[in-house]
Design a protein around this ligand. Structure first.
Ligand SMILES: [Zn+2]
Length: 56
């Protein structure tokens, strides 16, 4: 039976690891790109680590 129309959502590719990410678990980064939540957390942590401590 191949006559069943399947709902085929546009595949989303994680902008960080370039692997497919299911729309149900995708989160959106600052650029509006789909990313894995895990990847996003890791990326944010890395960027935080790169930033010099803010002295105000
Ligand atoms: Zn990812």
């Amino acid at each position: 039976m191949s006559n069943v129309l399947q709902f085929n959502p546009k595949p989303q590719i994680c902008a960080i690891c370039n692997k497919p990410v299911e729309p149900t678990i995708a989160v959106t980064d600052q650029d509006g790109k789909p990313v894995h939540e895990e990847c996003y957390v890791l990326k944010v942590r890395q960027e935080d680590a790169k930033k010099p401590p803010t002295v105000s």
